[in-house]
Write a protein of this length. Structure first.
Length: 118
């Protein structure tokens, strides 16, 4: 068993993706500061934050609740990636790479949720 959420591979992946999303958004126009920049950064960072919060919960029901929210934030981040690509902010290759990485993260979260719910 893990002693800290920082030891969880799923948290580490989510954390690293949040950092990548932050770097991706550095070049966005100032006009997006309260729009796409803020939204995608919050949703990406929210994935790792919910995993950490779920780790700290006592019951399986509480843990799975936060992992489900993390999964939802992963989908939200994918949506923002697609939008940013569609309006010309993000390169196709980078968008697809991060989209695929979020699919892998969602898969890992699904496994974690199923494990807890057994």
């Amino acid at each position: 068993m893990y002693k800290s959420f920082t030891e969880m591979p799923v948290w580490l992946k989510a954390h690293n993706l949040a950092v990548e999303v932050f770097k991706l958004t550095i070049g966005l126009p100032r006009s997006e500061d309260s729009g796409l920049t803020s939204q995608i950064r919050r949703s990406a960072n929210g994935v790792a934050a919910c995993i950490a919060e779920g780790f700290g919960r006592k019951t399986g029901k509480d843990k799975s609740h936060f992992y489900i929210i993390a999964r939802g934030s992963s989908y939200e981040t994918q949506n923002h990636l697609l939008y940013g690509n569609k309006v010309g902010y993000f390169d196709n290759q980078i968008t697809q790479l991060h989209f695929s990485e979020y699919n892998e993260l969602i898969y890992e979260l699904n496994k974690l949720i199923l494990l807890i719910c057994k």
